[in-house]
Design a protein around this ligand. Structure first.
Ligand code: BGP
Length: 480
């Protein structure tokens, strides 16, 4: 194998989300977000969506890992690893506490000024998700989240505010995290803030596909408006989309399996990217909508705005792959957002997500072949239990292996001709799991002392992967 060669400008870094690591959930005028209403859960016990904050209940986002108070220490650690970029999100409710205010909360804006300044001090380029799995709970109460068209204006006001405020500090933006979660029932609340009558928990939501797809339409319009506006505010902005890419293979060469896998790829992986990148609904949407009794209300001007607000680059999360089969009796496996049929050639993580580094090369080629625009992998990594040894060390060799194998395949994809701008592994510092609310599902290079019940000192410790990743960055991926 020839040496891997990453471009000189390659953005190595790490990724986080405000609701999963900031804490300070009601500090300085911040309002409650949809994620602040989610209780802790586990792999087998679903997170509950509480309509009010209940006394004595553990809400993992409320303190999370307290980046809110410890950002200087954390950014210094990222800098020590040599990060070129840091993916983070802005908590919408720090800026607009209920979502409907006309004026932003200055204290919230100041907090991100300080964080960006701290990053820039070390030459770390912020990569900012405008909405990552949270929105004001006020908008859920008032409009049933994105089901209400009014939310477009609330979002655009928020985006305009942060674009203007940080236009000289932030160049790379993403409009929504994993927007395609809205194509699945789980995304009703998680991605769209929709809370239908009768929903109690996160996994078994009362699902109304009509509302979900209408909500998604509102997000597409909001994203396109934000892209257009962002470019007016600063023509140097790079504004991208973010898709949860859940690569699906046909289980066999039986044409039924092939078609099933293709359909899954279309509706779950490509649908949103097609709209973001090409600026129009894809040809296959029509049949899907007809067969699922979905009728999207499109207002005059919506389709034009979709065309005018296409993204500059494409980003995605990649953790695993799955198979699709027409045979209902095959063994199932779980995965990020979507499960599937177990692949006999792959091993899985402790949470049942199948580990497939070569699938990343395949995926990069699939996406690039479709759009031919620059890409970034903004989430990838292994959620695992870590053990702190008596001497205080944490030897997460399994995480190093996982990342190493994925980086090798990224390098191969670059050789294939794919234009890849950067790589930000998920949860570079341990944080709260989005799906389960656990702390003990860890992804980080930096360990945070806190358990699933929320107990711990919050002390930070370097894992073995910390020094390993530092070397990867300093050699620009030549030494793995
Ligand atoms: C993605 C989300 C992240 C993150 C990650 C890992 O879907 O964008 O927010 O949490 O998956 O998933 P989990 O936290 O469920 O392990």
């Amino acid at each position: 194998m020839n040496k891997l060669q990453f471009p000189k400008y390659f953005l190595w870094g790490g990724a986080t989300a405000a609701n999963q690591f900031e804490g300070g959930w009601n500090a300085d005028g911040k309002g409650p977000s949809t994620s602040d209403m989610l209780t802790g859960g586990t792999h087998t016990v679903a997170r509950r969506i509480s309509k009010e904050i209940e006394e004595g209940v553990h809400y993992p986002s409320h303190e999370a890992i307290d980046f809110f108070h410890r950002y200087k220490e954390d950014v210094a650690l990222f800098a020590e690893m040599g990060f070129k970029t840091f993916r983070m999100s802005i908590n919408w409710t720090r800026i607009f506490p209920t979502g409907t205010e006309l004026e932003p909360n200055e204290a919230g804006l100041k907090f991100y000024d300080s964080v960006f300044d701290e990053l820039l001090k070390y030459g770390i380029e912020p990569l900012v998700t405008i909405s990552h799995y949270e929105m004001p709970f006020g908008l859920t109460k008032k409009y049933n989240g994105w089901a209400g068209r009014e939310v477009i204006d609330c979002y655009v006001r928020y985006a305009e505010t942060v674009f203007n405020r940080y236009k000289d500090k932030v160049k790379y933006w993403l409009t929504f995290n994993e927007i395609n979660v809205g194509t699945m029932p789980l995304g009703g609340y998680l991605g769209l803030g929709i809370l239908n009558e009768g929903t109690e928990d996160f996994i078994h939501q009362v699902d109304v596909p009509q509302l979900r797809f209408q909500g998604l339409h509102h997000q597409f319009v909001a994203s396109a408006k934000a892209v257009k506006l962002g470019h007016e505010i600063n023509p140097n902005f790079q504004i991208g989309c973010m898709i949860a890419y859940m690569t699906t293979y046909p289980f066999t060469c039986n044409p039924d399996d092939i078609l099933l896998a293709q359909n899954e790829m279309k509706m779950h992986n490509h649908f949103c990217g097609d709209i973001h990148v090409r600026g129009e609904y894809p040809y296959y949407a029509k049949r899907y909508f007809e067969e699922n009794n979905i009728e999207i209300k499109v207002k005059d001007g919506d389709l034009e705005i979709l065309k005018e607000g296409t993204v500059d680059y494409y980003t995605f999360s990649y953790y695993m792959s799955n198979c699709a089969s027409a045979d209902p009796n095959l063994e199932a496996t779980s995965g990020n957002l979507l499960g599937g049929v177990k692949n006999p050639y792959l091993k899985a993580s402790d949470w049942g997500w199948q580990i497939d580094p070569k699938g990343l090369r395949y995926t990069l080629n699939e996406i690039y072949g479709r759009y031919e625009i620059p890409m970034m992998i903004v989430e990838n990594g292994l959620g695992a239990f870590d053990k702190v040894e008596e001497d205080g060390t944490i030897n997460d060799s399994y995480r190093i292996d996982y990342l190493k194998e994925h980086i090798v395949q990224m390098g191969e994809a670059i050789k294939d001709g794919v234009e890849l701008w950067g790589f930000t592994p998920w949860g570079c510092i341990d944080l709260v799991s989005a799906s389960t609310g656990e702390m003990e599902k860890r992804y980080g290079f930096i360990y945070v002392d806190k358990d699933n019940k929320g107990v711990g000192t919050l002390d930070r410790k370097k894992k073995a992967s910390f020094d390993w990743y530092k070397k990867v960055i300093s050699t620009n991926g030549e030494e793995l």
